[in-house]
Ligand binder design. Sequence first.
Ligand SMILES: [Zn+2]
Length: 358
Amino acid sequence: MLDTRASTYKKYLTVAVIALICVFIFCEYLLYYLVLIQCTWPTLDARKVDVSIVQPVPEETPVHAMFIADTHLLGSKNGHWFDKLKREWQMYRAFQTMVTLHKPDIIFILGDLFDEGQWSSSAEFDQYVQRFHSLFSVPKNTHLYVVAGNHDIGFHYAITPYLNQRMALEGDGCFLCRPAEIALNKIAAQLKCAKNTENSCNKDNVISRYSRPIILQHYPMYRESDEICNELDQAPDEIKNIKFREGWECLSREASEQVLDILNPRLIINGHTHHGCRRIHRKDIFEFTIPSFSWRNKDNPSLLLGVFSPNNYSVSKCYMPKESTEIKIYIISVLCIFVYFIIKCKLKQNRHYLLKFH
Ligand SMILES: [Zn+2]
């Protein structure tokens, strides 16, 4: 009798453990597919074609690009091992699921890849790079490009004013901004050559055909604060109105104007603030700030999907699973499984006493 009871309890326990494993697989694997399959590539709107640009030939198919920002891989100093494990698994799964489901041609990570890049020794930095490549590995025909952020190469306050100036184009004619300005002017000259408006062009111009450029950078363009942002993944209310410091949370006003003047971009995409924002400069220049890709910094991270041709583009946001949703699923499921187990055991116990007294 005792043996049958024990084996029945064992059966209930096995069912409970299997149910827990299923919940774990759902939350750590299937949830990503379920949420990310809902994202779609945007479509090019024929009404938005830039008629001043030469029409691409039919063989030139639009490029499908994916943009993420601020992955902040933890190093040896910050964060608990579980924090590191959980958030890296989340980024790994979200990234790899996106690559499997949507197959982007090109992926850009817009800075702050590492959380402690600026403090790392060269050996630690090499390990960091290896970990980055294992988490964000891409198939052979997909191109991955990264932009350096302040956490990768240094904080403003931790380094000298000399390097502080180097971090952002400050637009005040400072000595260290000159190399950046020269590089920008060179790109502008190449763009003009491609557009055939410059007489002094040589035939080896690196840009063979003109289209308005797309600027990818870590820092947002100048804005007073996130108050103007109105997105699902915008900054929480309590920090939305906090004023940005020029050169810290965003480029300086002057540098932003300078970049817009020199390059006349069609689109600007950046990160750094860890919260989403969308705004418009000079009538038709859209700027998107992408939130942090890590659950450590954002409960509802998102990424940007874009389809680009020389004379047109379209972008759409893709939302990751929320960390709070995952936690709720775990709590509710574990409670249900626990209640199931207790009820089943109690029923079995009652049945046993009934049989005993009859
Ligand atoms: Zn940053």
